[in-house]
Design a binder for this molecule. Structure first.
Ligand SMILES: Nc1ncnc2c1ncn2[C@@H]1O[C@H](COP(=O)(O)OP(=O)(O)O)[C@@H](O)[C@H]1O
Ligand SMILES: [Mg+2]
Length: 358
């Protein structure tokens, strides 16, 4: 998606990954281990700058590349977001609210944490979790032992978080240019199913000026502290108008995919503009949009293509349960139209929208 956004701007791309990915179909592409410094050096030869769109790129690989050519976002953004404890410590140090949390390294510590933070809490592996993987929700103290058996045995450090009674999930996606310039996309509302992003309503409805100001302030503080350059997303819980930060994604984000079709400038183009040191494009919504992920399987495309204002994006990935294989964005002429198209598209994706928030 970055390459597709960059070709019209005259950019050329080379990608490096540890497994074959969709970028291999559209650009010069290298298969190598992130820990192979010789391969990283060959990758860097003739390249002007490096960026990444995966937060589990090892910090050592990013630092190695950053020692020889410009690399954005800065490696510190990786080290903060790869570790849920470091991430929450970082957010807290900026005065940004998070769920109450504690590190857990043994069954006893988990039981004590669940007693203190519970009755409802969520235990997560500190590293390498995504799409709800590596997480167990505890509803009662007795669930702690079960959760430890599922997650703790591997010897990995865990984090226990209070389950936040949010009214909805939002995210803010921001493009940060060199010199502190920012383009912030409107807040969007995200629905997760089984921990996986299912849909995004963009812009989110019923967003007060105060809520927007709070989200912007959170984004500004995070970007400033990390000296961030590129696109970044912050997942937020909206608790009746009070924002609690969940996690930081130092990259273009699934909840920003609607911007390809529904915003003045897509997040992918703005990421490239930011890292290249170019002026940022407008981040306003051009049309009310709804994005629906294809999870585990790609639905029949023809009926979706018949929806006026529907845009399909397939990632060229092999189907696997729980894997995001593509998405459809519907853009309406107004909110009502967008909601109607959303319900129609969701039915075709085989996962009806449960409730249309007004
Ligand atoms: N502390 C929490 N309170 C309430 N819900 C949570 C909490 N942590 C995670 N969740 C739910 O699980 C989803 C996935 O968790 P998240 O921390 O974002 O991990 P991932 O890296 O898998 O996206 C969230 O979007 C939210 O729906
Ligand atoms: Mg998340």
């Amino acid at each position: 998606m970055l390459a597709l956004a960059g070709y019209p701007l005259g950019l050329k791309f080379r990608f490096l990954d540890e497994t074959r990915g969709p970028a291999a179909d559209v650009a010069d592409w290298r298969l190598a281990s992130f820990s192979d410094n010789d391969a990283l050096d060959r990758f860097a030869d003739g390249v002007d700058l490096v960026t990444y769109e995966f937060e589990n790129v090892p910090v050592s690989a990013a630092a190695h590349l950053a020692s020889r050519l410009p690399l954005f976002p800065p490696p510190r953004a990786l080290s903060v977001s790869q570790d849920r404890l470091a991430e929450k410590d970082f957010l807290s140090s900026l005065g940004i609210a998070t769920a109450s949390y504690t590190a857990v390294r043994s069954r006893e510590e988990l039981e004590a944490a669940a007693g203190r933070l519970g009755p409802s809490c969520v235990v997560k592996t500190v590293r390498h979790g995504y799409d709800g993987r590596g997480q167990v929700v505890l509803r009662q103290p007795a669930d702690a032992a079960k959760a430890w058996d599922m997650l703790g045995r591997t010897g990995r450090t865990l984090i226990c978080e209070q389950l936040v009674p949010f009214t909805r999930e939002l995210s803010v996606v921001a493009a940060c240019g060199h010199g502190g310039k920012m383009a912030v996309y409107p807040l969007v509302e995200n629905e997760h199913r089984a921990g996986i992003l299912f849909s995004t309503v963009a812009p989110a409805k019923s967003v007060s000026e105060a809520l927007t100001a709070d989200a912007h302030s959170i984004a500004r503080r995070v970007c400033a502290a990390l000296e961030y350059v590129g696109v970044l997303a912050i997942e937020l819980f909206d608790c009746n108008g009070t924002l609690v930060a969940n996690e930081i994604a130092p990259r273009v984000h699934n909840s920003g995919h609607w911007t390809i079709d529904g915003a003045e400038t897509s997040q992918f183009e703005n990421h490239l503009r930011a890292v290249a040191g170019w002026p940022l494009g407008g981040a306003a919504a051009a049309l009310p949009s709804r994005m629906l992920n294809f999870i585990g399987e790609v639905p029949p495309l023809t009926p979706l293509l018949e929806i006026a204002g529907a845009h399909i994006h397939l990632y060229g990935k092999e189907a696997r349960p729980g894997r995001k294989l593509g998405h459809v964005t519907v853009c309406g002429v107004d909110e009502e139209d967008a909601d109607r198209l959303f319900r129609k598209a969701a039915q075709m994706v085989g996962a009806p929208v449960l409730a249309a928030r007004s």
